[in-house]
Design a protein around this ligand. Structure first.
Ligand SMILES: O=C(O)c1ccccc1N[C@@H]1O[C@H](COP(=O)(O)O)[C@@H](O)[C@H]1O
Length: 214
């Protein structure tokens, strides 16, 4: 099995280069102003321009106006769009890019029905449900809620860290994993630094995933 890795919530060129050098398959840029990991178009352009070949660039949006997404796409060469709000399937499909639909998983959510609804998505990204917060919470969800045979590739997200990523992959058998808070740098007070990544944590996470690859 070859599980792909996306590192999300990058705001710094150096962190993106480190992620790429360490073997990340994709990097995520958050275009959602309330997020502490939000990037400006200028930051995003600098990060994408600095990347080596063969690293997929993913733009994350939360219930953005279509004009905003189009404006970003006009200035930043994003490969994939990740929609993390309540966007409809028609909305997601209108930008002419592959797209992933994020769903926040909680008991009662019918993931098979959601997969049918978002059948044109390239993947379903499954994240934790935390009331009032669209994502990037650092919380995990009950991976046993994922049905075994969804018709779309699953990208597992939500509270993944170097310490739990192997268990998560064993449990959920995803196509890929998406990690943000779990590889963030820690300040002198022991607090996370949203938007700033720890190269050591990214290395440990990617190494754990790579060791599963054959
Ligand atoms: O990263 C954010 O701030 C964010 C804001 C709004 C929606 C999604 C966001 N991030 C995505 O959330 C999941 C889980 O993140 P974490 O690893 O639990 O911190 C992941 O897909 C991020 O890309």
């Amino acid at each position: 099995m070859s599980v792909r890795v996306k590192i999300c919530g990058l705001t710094q060129v150096d962190d993106a280069l480190a992620a790429a050098r360490l073997g990340a398959d994709a990097i995520g840029l958050v275009f959602y102003a309330p997020s502490p990991r939000a990037v400006t178009v200028a930051q995003a352009r600098a990060i994408v321009a600095a990347l080596p070949p063969m690293v997929t660039t993913v733009g994350l949006f939360v219930d953005a106006a279509a004009t905003e997404v189009q404006q970003v796409l006009g200035q930043v060469p994003l490969d994939v769009l990740q929609f993390h709000g309540d966007e409809s399937a028609d909305y997601c499909a209108r930008f002419g890019r592959p797209w992933w639909k994020a769903l926040r998983v909680r008991p009662g959510l019918d993931l098979s029905a959601a997969a049918a609804h978002y059948a044109a998505a390239q993947a379903l990204l499954l994240d934790a449900y935390v009331p009032g917060v669209p994502g990037g919470t650092g919380e995990r969800f009950d991976w046993s809620l994922i049905p075994p045979a969804l018709p779309l590739p699953v990208i597992l997200a939500g509270g993944l860290t170097p310490d739990n990523v192997r268990t998560a992959i064993d449990s959920a058998a995803p196509w890929g994993v998406d990690v943000s808070g779990g590889v963030e740098a820690i300040d002198d007070q022991g607090r996370k630094r949203p938007g700033i990544k720890s190269a050591a944590a990214m290395a440990a996470l990617i190494e754990h995933v790579r060791n599963l690859r054959s």
